[in-house]
Ligand binder design. Structure first.
Ligand SMILES: Cc1cc2nc3c(=O)[nH]c(=O)nc-3n(C[C@H](O)[C@H](O)[C@H](O)COP(=O)(O)OP(=O)(O)OC[C@H]3O[C@@H](n4cnc5c(N)ncnc54)[C@H](O)[C@@H]3O)c2cc1C
Length: 591
């Protein structure tokens, strides 16, 4: 006698297993979440953009007078420079500074070392061994649910149950204001690979279900009879919506025609939910959960949106548009991004409707406000760059910039529940335009150090660029960072891999900044940075070192490998080493 299986209960158990796995991850992340939000200052950081009256004014660099003169003649720099001081000059006297460091809670994954290092091992661009294993395990669970006492040709309804169980998972992982992301402390964009995988399995299951029934009906010569049923027609509409979603999401199409991908996604994701409900009413509760998460996301997107006037300025050396919004100067954390829409008819027929993600390149509470750097890569960014032409001319023929209305939505992503200022040391490694993330992070750490709220005593920045020409535009900002008045030991090393123009002479470089014509030896740099943190005078036990990397995927993979080679006695002595990856989708753009 055939074993009877209640498919609805089976897939419900699959969903319970998924919820339980998320709950375990959430529990493991809970100590970090509590530590982060136990400080009131964190309550309004990283959720909404706002205007603060407490602004940290910057002084001009005092040593680099020549640099300063250069800067006045330059049309525009990647960022304004200045020593970080509080409005009341708080930074000056360390003796008067009262300290209140954030509680340090190491990531639960650090206790899995060296297992965690093996799991991080890159198998392919953007895929680690850990991700691959998780994807395989997830597939195995769904395969089990799909095939347990069922044949895809004899019981094609089973695959439909599996597809149904995946609807809430796929939709919740697609949201920007993502509840899983909040619970486990990982930005939505870093969970996107799992949304894609669960989505692929949903499409696969739906197609197996459809093919199974087509086969069954064809064998019984009843296809035409069934076709006239309304629920079958809605089933076909749902299937076509899913297949369109899948087809236009393939990276070959998504990277070439993002707008087509976006438009088909928006239409098909709603059409599929409607069609699924009209196909079989049993799906309605699953659709309701998915629609609930999606609706909540739309509400938060609206609440997180600000319509503001931005000043846009071209940076011709790099083909970059600098977007500055002084009226929004607080509410984000280093590494977060915003979605930007430019409200100008000059952006083209559809250009003004498009939202594009850009990483925030300035620090919260800084005097310049929110700054974004947008590299010309395709149609939208080129139109934005062209829009900057015709800006007002300022003193010394410097372009003052053009004012334009923009919608900013965010902030999103970033370091999650990881609080950089709770570590004893920080090493930032950036490739090309990935420098925006360390610049914002270092400014934030120095500001917090001047307030007495950062434990970090050693910071090293490694910036890998193609040519030394990239550096000149950033020298004013880097020298101002090096002139900080905090107890932090800051070192900046720039490496260039292609010598195309004459490098700046050594005398032009401020103390603490080195320029080297080769690829960096990341393993040795990591080793030295750990030793430097260990040797720093610190109050109490060392609380570990954070390694932040941003840039091309290959750079991130090299850093992962170097972390694997780090000596365990050093790792223990420093209190653990953690990696935070922030990948900007621009490869090396500075030449
Ligand atoms: C989290 C995140 C942070 C980013 N930060 C920066 C930054 O600080 N500076 C910067 O210059 N660029 C950044 N980018 C990349 C930037 O969003 C794209 O370069 C920009 O959207 C390109 O649009 P385009 O039409 O000019 O180019 P296209 O040639 O149409 O696209 C170039 C690439 O960008 C992707 N893309 C296009 N439109 C979008 C969109 N609306 N949303 C998401 N991806 C899109 C495409 O898939 C393609 O791979 C970031 C991207 C992400 C995902």
């Amino acid at each position: 006698m055939a074993h009877r299986v209640d498919a609805q209960v089976l897939v419900f158990h699959v969903d319970l297993l998924i919820v339980a796995s998320v709950a375990v991850l959430a529990l493991l992340s809970l100590p970090r979440l509590l530590a982060r939000f136990s400080r009131r200052v964190e309550w309004n950081q990283g959720l909404f953009l706002w205007h603060s009256t407490q602004v940290y004014v910057r002084a001009e660099p005092v040593h680099a007078s020549r640099v300063s003169a250069d800067r006045q003649n330059r049309p525009s720099d990647l960022s304004d420079s200045g020593t970080l001081r509080s409005a009341g000059g708080v930074a000056a006297d360390e003796k008067e500074r009262s300290t209140s460091y954030p509680r340090h809670v190491p990531a639960w994954s650090t206790s899995l070392h060296p297992f965690a290092v093996i799991l991080r091992y890159p198998i392919a661009p953007r895929v680690s061994l850990g991700q691959l294993l998780l994807m395989a395990a997830y597939f195995a669970v769904l395969l089990y649910a799909g095939l347990y006492h069922a044949s895809p040709f004899q019981q094609p309804v089973r695959a439909a149950y599996v597809a149904m169980s995946q609807i809430p998972v796929v939709y919740v992982l697609a949201t920007k204001n993502n509840v899983i992301s909040v619970l486990i402390g990982i930005g939505y964009e870093k969970l996107n690979w799992f949304h894609q995988w669960a989505g692929t399995l949903l499409v696969l299951a739906a197609n197996v279900h459809a093919i199974g029934y087509i086969y069954k009906f064809s064998q019984a010569h009843t296809w035409l009879e069934h076709y006239h049923h309304t629920y079958i027609k809605w089933g076909i509409v749902g299937l076509v919506s899913l297949d369109c979603l899948f087809l236009f999401s393939m990276s070959i199409l998504r990277t070439r025609a993002y707008n087509v991908f976006y438009a088909t996604h928006q239409i098909a994701l709603i059409l599929f939910l409607v069609a699924a409900c009209l196909h079989q009413s049993i799906i309605i509760p699953y659709v309701a959960v998915a629609a609930g998460f999606y609706g909540l996301d739309l509400l938060f997107r609206f609440l997180k949106s600000r319509v503001v006037t931005a000043t846009i300025t071209p940076i011709p050396e790099f083909g970059i548009t600098r977007i500055e919004i002084p009226q929004l100067n607080a509410g984000w954390r280093a590494g977060q991004h915003v979605r930007v829409r430019i409200l100008s008819s000059k952006m083209g027929l559809w250009g003004w409707t498009e939202f594009h993600p850009l990483t925030i390149a300035s620090t919260s509470h800084g005097s310049e406000g929110l700054v974004l750097l947008c590299k010309m890569t395709g149609g939208w960014s080129k139109k934005l760059y062209d829009l900057t032409r015709g800006g007002e001319e300022g003193e010394s023929t410097a372009v003052v910039g053009k004012r334009v209305k923009v919608v900013l939505e965010g902030p999103y992503g970033g370091p999650g529940h990881c609080v950089f200022s709770s570590y004893s040391g920080a090493l930032f490694i950036a490739g090309g335009s990935g420098i925006t993330f360390p610049l914002a992070s270092i400014q934030e750490l120095l500001r917090r150090s001047s307030e007495g709220t950062s434990r970090v005593r050693f910071i090293q920045l490694i910036w890998v660029v193609q040519g030394p020409g990239s550096l000149s535009s950033l020298i004013p900002l880097l020298s101002s960072l090096l002139q900080h008045q905090t107890p932090v030991n800051l070192q900046i090393s720039v490496y260039y891999t292609r010598a195309t123009v004459l490098p700046p002479s050594k005398v032009d470089l401020p103390d603490g900044l080195t320029l080297t014509p080769c690829r960096p030896n990341l393993a040795r740099i990591l080793d030295d940075a750990v030793n430097a943190t260990i040797n720093m005078k610190s109050e109490g036990a060392l609380k570990g070192m954070i390694v932040g990397v941003c840039g091309p995927v290959m750079l991130g993979q090299d850093v992962c490998r170097s972390l694997g080679h780090l000596n365990s006695s050093q790792r223990n002595a420093v209190g653990g080493v953690e990696l935070h990856e922030e990948y900007v989708f621009l490869i090396v753009v500075f030449t």
